[in-house]
Design a protein around this ligand. Structure first.
Ligand code: GLC
Length: 540
């Protein structure tokens, strides 16, 4: 087996810096605070830390509304603090992934300020940096993404007397990629962050760069052409840098983002995610089987990113309307749990805080196709707060211990941006890192062990995945195989004990042993699967 590129063996851990750790006593998380928590991340076993946007922003969309791509939001620190973070991370063998948001800026960005104001001294230079129109009737086949908040993809600007185009919030005007100056300017952004030491870039909302009449304005060839140029630049400038696309699309369309291995290195597998939850809810592996059958092979050196939860709603864009309704009814019974086409809840509350289900889904995350992406706080089973607006309820402060503010900040609670979760089930007094570290049976300690096991077996990162088809649909079974090593994963999606013969799964092999607890199974023996139980089996 040739050595695979680092991102194929990586476990990515996503952080909302403003909510992670306040090392300065300001009430907001910052880079200094994050740097102090690198030992914790190292002990968890993750490899790459994904920082949600840290650049200057009015924070009306969690920083995805950028007002300066070359400066750090002063609440988080400055470029020197970033350099320290990178150095300290690298000293521990951790990589840093930052965000590039190519599609849009904040309306506070100087480019937009110049573009929309004809009296601005730089108006001429920037007038075509955004997508302007005298009518709001263009590109009507493009869907509205933030359905709960926006009625149109056009907003009228009184200063310029024209409409501007935006696929997201009306305060996030889309950049105009038909303008070569914009293309060049965004290339400089990626160069800048590579220069600052970033090892990987998550490219936000990539499908929407270009608009063409008569199309849905997503995944257009011109958009792909731009990403290929970007990749070419990265390949020449810093070839070890990984580009991760956030293209929330069906597998066939997603496939295009890998090109011939000359576009993105990674892309999230969005359609898989809700189907993991669906299979669990229905105690039936069919949804996973169906989406895997639709998942194309990737060019060599490309990799899926798979995840359970993230900072956004659990998106139900890539499911059928019936499946969406099922997911809403099952996982979001209260209307406040829903947002746009999704569910704004964290992992533990979604799964009724059932440790068996939480571990089962993590065992799939860590053994299925692709590199796992974890969301901060899920490793200790943090809850959410559906009373907060937009997606803030899933972005609350990391709960470090049972001291005031959950140990997140020494500042007075009134200075915190979001209240710390403080309910009897998920509150910081009970759910926190210190308590989890002290408890050998905690989710955190279990995950550390699972991550360690995964990393001992490169087949999980780079091997093929073959679905097996036992007659009992409540059992999910797949084989990971890289030519050298084979691991058989069996999981019980139901709340009842199940039995299955190894022979039924995989023909005669002398003996299998469980990588997790060392149990061995003879070929003729039945494997017992506890409710929501699973095994990672290695042939002897
Ligand atoms: C991406 C981000 C999301 C943001 C949107 C608009 O989907 O994940 O948080 O709101 O882009 O920038």
């Amino acid at each position: 087996m040739p050595e695979s590129p680092w991102y194929k063996q990586a476990i990515i851990y996503q952080i909302n810096v403003i909510s992670y750790f306040d090392g300065l006593g300001t009430g907001r998380g910052n880079l200094t605070g994050l740097t102090q928590k690198l030992d914790y991340l190292q002990s968890l076993g993750v490899d790459c830390i994904w920082l949600m946007p840290i650049t200057k922003s009015p924070l009306r969309d969690g920083g995805y509304d950028v007002s300066d791509m070359f400066a750090i939001n002063p609440d988080y620190g400055d470029l020197d603090d970033f350099a320290v973070l990178v150095k300290e991370a690298h000293n521990r063998g951790l990589r840093i992934m930052v965000e590039m948001i190519p599609n849009h800026t904040s309306d506070q960005h100087p480019w937009f300020q110049a573009s929309h104001d004809p009296s601005h001294p730089e108006h001429e230079k920037y007038r075509d940096y955004y997508v302007w129109s005298v009518t709001d009737q263009k590109y009507r086949d493009a869907r509205i993404i933030f359905l709960d908040f926006e009625k149109s993809n056009w907003t009228f600007d009184p200063l310029r007397g024209e409409y501007f185009w935006h696929r997201f919030y009306h305060h996030q005007p889309d950049l105009n990629y038909d303008n070569p100056e914009v293309q060049k300017a965004m290339m400089r952004v990626i160069q800048f962050w590579i220069d600052q030491g970033a090892d990987a870039i998550r490219v936000d909302a990539p499908p929407y760069l270009i608009e063409r009449e008569g199309t849905n304005c997503e995944n257009l060839p011109e958009t792909h052409a731009y990403y290929k140029r970007l990749r070419k630049f990265v390949e020449a400038y810093a070839p070890d840098t990984m580009l991760l696309a956030e293209a929330n699309q069906w597998p066939e369309d997603t496939r295009e983002y890998f090109g011939d291995g000359d576009e993105f290195h990674m892309n999230f597998h969005f359609p898989l995610m809700p189907r993991l939850f669906m299979a669990l809810a229905k105690a039936d592996r069919t949804p996973i089987e169906q989406i895997l059958a639709r998942t194309p092979e990737l060019p060599e050196n490309c990799q899926w990113g798979i995840f359970l939860r993230c900072h956004d709603e659990l998106t139900l864009e890539m499911v059928t309307p019936e499946e969406r309704q099922f997911m809403w009814d099952y996982y979001a019974p209260q209307p406040e749990m829903r947002i746009n086409l999704g569910i704004r809840r964290r992992l533990a509350p979604l799964l009724d805080n059932d440790p068996r289900c939480i571990r089962l889904l993590h065992s799939i995350l860590l053994s299925f196709i692709g590199s796992p992406v974890m969301y901060y706080g899920d490793e200790i089973g943090m809850g959410d707060n559906i009373n907060l607006p937009d997606r803030d309820g899933l972005r609350t402060s990391m709960q470090w211990d049972d001291s005031p503010n959950g140990g997140f900040s020494k500042a007075d609670a009134s200075r915190l941006r979001l209240p710390v979760i403080d309910d009897p089930v998920f509150g910081y007094r009970k759910v926190n890192v210190a308590a989890a570290e002290a408890d050998p049976g905690s989710l955190l300690n279990w995950l550390r062990n699972m991550i360690r096991i995964r990393k001992q077996h490169p087949v999980f990162g780079a091997g093929r995945l073959t679905m097996l088809a036992p007659a009992n649909k409540q059992i999910l079974a797949y084989l990971r195989d890289d030519g050298d090593a084979r691991v058989l994963v069996v999981a019980n999606l139901s709340a009842e004990t199940q039995k299955i013969g190894v022979k039924e799964l995989f023909g005669p092999t002398s003996r299998w042993s469980d990588l997790i607890d060392g149990t061995t199974f003879q070929t003729n023996q039945d494997i017992q699967l506890e409710p929501y139980g699973f095994h990672w089996l290695l042939p002897d």
